[in-house]
Ligand binder design. Structure first.
Ligand code: PMP
Length: 448
């Protein structure tokens, strides 16, 4: 680098140190400073950094072929990975389409649903209902289903805004309903929306089974999942689970859908699937849907890098590593430990309003009043400030200021799924130190 000025540009001007190397749950910058990757990047690095077995398998593939175009060759890594993924899916979901990221996975899922409907003589169906807030990607099609004015606002005239229903933010509700009733209440909003839009026009319902960055690890009551699936069946609406963040073990099961015994019609995955070793995602669909597409002349869709052998070799190696070391089991066990520790923080810090999530997709939310869940003043910029306090101290966490269509500061604590109990102690120590500093700056109470 000749100058300090970088030629790259991303979302912010925030200068960041140069990354030197990664090892397990740790990242090191070029000055030698160590960071705990407490958010696995953006909930990506599920098996940790620089796993030697994965690197060796990628190297072996690199020595043979890094690219073979899918219309010219079948490749062993892509065939093997597809078979492995199909084996890990709920019964009936066994056809796999590879992509290179989450937005591509969501676009693909939507286009697959649409083309399937056309083959079934249901060309009137094109609307994809999703939730507010939600995040499904940055490309124009995925923006149409993303419920986040921050990300969609500037581009709104340029894509078709799809219908939204409220995400099940039950923790904000102050009513006398039971959890189960609340789940049903939110699920029934889907029925109302389908009826309002006209059932013959509705193609699919798209949801994150456990919310990601948009809602901060939001989990709905159990009753929600089953009722949503029932409503979709009743109206012939396809159910698409966006498991880009939740898939590949993040919530303590391979798919989050397994927690509720749901078999969606289509699943989109990415992030932890390539686990940071390669840009990789997958869309998995029902066999009969794919057969209908192939019978009608094929899926009119594809990306150049889809299913490239190097990315697939990396994905296969990641899944093998997860199996060999029961990494998903560890995610479930360590998720319980970390969630209990985060919940424990509520005793010391009255300004933590909620702790939620499943497996190692966990979040806490900061508030000015736990009873009313009133948010902190916007100009504190808490979602940035606390992240920086932790970063300075060597802990990376992930945050957003969105909540139930309004604003609220939540923080995702999502270390790699290989994290140990001793490492959770390290995370908690730095997090408490950062929370103490935050409290001191804003004269917030800390209870000893
Ligand atoms: N869906 C969900 C649920 C996500 O969390 C994300 C990424 N945050 C995406 C889609 C888009 O993925 P990508 O950034 O890889 O395009």
């Amino acid at each position: 680098m000749k100058t300090e000025q970088s030629h790259l540009f991303y979302q912010s001007r925030q200068p960041r140190p140069f990354l030197d190397y990664g090892e397990g749950i740790y990242l090191y910058d070029v000055s030698g400073k160590r960071y705990i990757d407490g958010s696995s990047g953006a909930m990506v690095s599920n098996i940790g950094h620089s796993n030697p077995n994965v690197l060796a398998k990628m190297k072996a593939q690199m020595d043979r072929a890094t690219f073979g175009y899918r219309l010219h060759f079948r490749t062993e890594p892509s065939e093997k990975l597809a078979a492995k993924v199909a084996g890990l899916m709920p019964e009936g979901l066994d056809r796999v389409f590879f992509v290179s990221g989450g937005s591509e996975a969501v676009e693909t899922a939507i286009k697959l649903a649409r083309q399937y409907a056309v083959t079934q003589g249901q060309g009137s169906r094109w609307k994809v209902i999703s939730r507010m807030p939600s995040y499904h990607g940055a490309t124009m099609g995925s923006l149409g289903v993303t419920g986040s004015p921050l990300f969609t606002g500037a581009f709104a005239p340029m894509f078709e805004e799809m219908p939204k229903i409220p995400a099940p933010t039950c923790y904000l509700d102050r009513d006398n309903l039971s959890e189960e009733q609340r789940g049903i209440k939110y699920a029934e909003m889907l029925r109302e929306k389908i009826l309002a839009e006209g059932p013959d026009s509705v193609l699919a319902f798209l949801m994150e089974p456990v919310g990601g960055a948009s809602t901060g690890a939001l989990v709905a009551p159990d009753s929600y999942y089953a009722r949503v699936a029932e409503i979709c069946r009743e109206y012939g609406v396809l159910l698409i689970y966006d498991e880009v963040m939740t898939g590949a073990g993040r919530t303590g099961k391979f798919l989050a859908a397994e927690h509720w015994g749901i078999t969606p019609d289509i699943v989109a995955m990415s992030k932890g699937f390539g686990a940071g070793y390669a840009p990789l995602g997958a869309v998995v669909a029902r066999n009969d849907m794919v057969e209908a597409l192939l019978d009608s002349g094929g899926f009119q869709h594809g990306f150049t890098y889809a299913g490239n052998p190097l990315a697939c070799a990396a994905g296969l190696a990641v899944l093998e590593e997860m199996e060999e070391h029961d990494i998903i089991g560890n995610a479930a066990r360590m998720g319980d430990v970390l969630k209990a520790r985060l919940t424990g923080l509520m005793e010391r810090y009255p300004f933590i309003g909620d702790v939620r999530g499943k497996g190692l997709l966990l979040a806490f939310e900061l508030v000015s009043d736990r009873e009313t869940m009133a948010v902190l003043p916007k100009d504190w910029n808490a979602h940035v400030e606390l992240v920086e306090l932790a970063y300075e101290r060597g802990l990376i966490i992930y945050s957003r200021r969105t909540r139930g269509g309004k604003e609220g500061d939540h923080f995702l604590v999502c270390p790699p799924l290989i994290v140990t109990e001793a490492q959770i102690d390290e995370i908690m120590e730095i997090l408490c130190d950062a929370l103490d500093a935050f409290a001191e700056k804003h004269a917030l109470p800390v209870l000893e």
